[in-house]
Design a protein around this ligand. Structure first.
Ligand SMILES: [Cu+2]
Length: 484
């Protein structure tokens, strides 16, 4: 007797082959996913990426911060679904963390152990927290169905990780993320430097669209920063949306950090805009004038205005040209040699018509294959990994690798000449190719996906998997895990 599932599959295959004559039958053999593992998609006889560590597999759940070490920074985040008030705008239906969206800013210093107790008070689909850009232990990565189960109604989960690097990061749900992130289940993380530069005023500028309302730190208004004349202001821009954000000013500025990594010897930027890809961050420094204030445009609609609170500087026209990070700042050592790579992968993004889980659509492909039949990039701890990302589609893809920072080696064959461009979110434009490299120094199973989250739902997600690491968690089925 054929199972009910294989009968259903047969029906779908029949319909599909009428709709798309000529497409390879391989596409249709996995149209109904059911419960499945990221390491063993349905239809795969073997278990790619699994059990190749010599039989002594380690579960992602065991890859934690030192459980015996007490936390230095503690928070309790209660998440709810419901009304989100927007200061200066209209309330929306979405998600709050401790009653607000964005949620509270997590502040810590390098070397501190952060512990966040996450409580799902009223999110029916379940929820998680992913620490975007932070190299947390895999058990704290927050991807439902890969590193944990979605935290169900009334349940809680404790995230523990070392704040190992000063910089600007953010957190957001990685369960039904295309819906929960848009709805505001997110917040900023600032890992303060050991020694703060003295006369600098700091501001977080978290950009988010709430049902089309452009906001900074949850308010539909410009952000005023009270700062003394002739002092420096550091604006931590966090792009939590699905599209890129342009940042510019009539005044010169410096890009102090990109994606939580300091730029080595950043020069002054004039007449250019900085493009912050979806999920990306940039720390931008400006000087407050002797009189009045300085305006930094953050996205099309809002600005950060720093200086005399009674002054309103005129808006500045958006520059046509973007700052190219490939040649910005001065070179510095990487800490590893990309020329000695022992793994090289292609990540070629395309598009095809097909079905995922019985849902017809125009889906993304990776190396010509459609989710879940996409590559698992197998690495071993200590590997130097190179990856060529090529965008053969007509839309920009902000590519985000969890758990690591990658360095950009070249774009469209042109080598990087500036400061090491470390990133966790890279906006790959149509037709572009990037060569990146990273050191595999954080064991686990890590999502490597597009952060235009509706694209991730439509299959633009792959994983980097370390030898000997396995996951007990599953997508779909009774667990209800739907990370994208
Ligand atoms: Cu995309």
């Amino acid at each position: 007797m054929p199972s009910r599932r294989s009968v259903l599959r047969g029906v779908v295959i029949g319909a599909a082959s009428v709709a798309v004559a000529g497409a390879g039958t391989a596409l249709w053999s996995r149209t109904l996913l059911g419960e499945h593992s990221v390491m063993r998609p349905p239809g795969h006889g073997g278990m790619p990426g699994m059990d190749h560590g010599g039989g002594s597999a380690v579960s992602v759940a065991s890859l934690t911060a030192d459980p015996s070490r007490p936390a230095d920074v503690r928070a309790r985040f209660a998440v709810r679904r419901g009304r989100v008030p927007i200061s200066g705008g209209r309330a929306v239906q979405g998600y709050t963390v401790n009653g607000v969206s964005p949620g509270p800013v997590v502040h810590a210093r390098p070397g501190q152990l952060v512990e966040v107790e996450f409580v799902n008070e009223s999110v029916p689909d379940g929820a998680t927290l992913h620490w975007h850009g932070m190299e947390v232990p895999c058990a704290a990565d927050g991807v439902a169905g890969v590193t944990q189960n979605a935290v169900r109604l009334g349940e809680s989960f404790t995230y523990r990780f070392l704040a190992d690097h000063a910089g600007t990061f953010w957190y957001h749900s990685h369960q039904v993320s295309h819906e929960q992130v848009a709805g505001g289940l997110l917040g900023a993380v600032v890992i303060d430097p050991e020694v703060a530069p003295a006369p600098t005023t700091e501001a977080v500028a978290l950009l988010h669209l709430y049902e089309g309302q452009s906001t900074l730190n949850g308010a539909a208004a410009d952000l005023r920063v009270d700062a003394q004349p002739a002092t420096a202001v550091r604006v931590r821009v966090i792009n939590t949306d699905n599209g890129s954000a342009s940042v510019w000013s009539a005044a010169p500025f410096r890009v102090l950090a990109v994606d939580g990594r300091d730029v080595h010897q950043p020069g002054e930027v004039t007449g250019r805009m900085l493009v912050v890809p979806a999920g990306g961050r940039a720390d931008v420094a400006l000087t407050v004038p002797d009189t009045g204030a300085v305006r930094l445009h953050t996205g099309g609609a809002r600005s950060v205005i720093a200086g005399d609170p009674s002054s309103i500087p005129d808006p500045a026209p958006q520059p046509a040209e973007a700052l190219d990070l490939l040649g910005y700042g001065r070179p510095a050592p990487l800490g590893f040699d990309p020329q000695r790579a022992n793994r090289t992968f292609d990540y070629v993004i395309g598009r095809t018509v097909g079905f995922i889980d019985g849902r017809p659509g125009w889906f993304w492909t990776i190396n010509g294959r459609m989710y879940p039949d996409v590559p698992v990039f197998d690495v071993a701890q200590g590997d130097v990994v190179r990856m060529r990302i090529r965008n053969d589609s007509s839309e920009v893809h902000p590519m985000h690798l969890h758990g690591h920072h990658v360095v950009v080696l070249s774009r469209n064959g042109r080598s990087a000449t500036g400061a090491p461009w470390w990133a966790d979110s890279i906006g790959v434009q149509p037709g572009e190719s990037y060569e990146i490299a990273f050191l595999a120094d954080n064991p686990g199973i890590w999502a490597d996906h597009c952060h235009n989250l509706p694209h991730a739902v439509d299959g633009l997600i792959a994983h980097v998997a370390y030898a000997g690491v396995t996951t007990p968690f599953r997508m779909d089925g009774s667990s209800g895990n739907r990370p994208e």
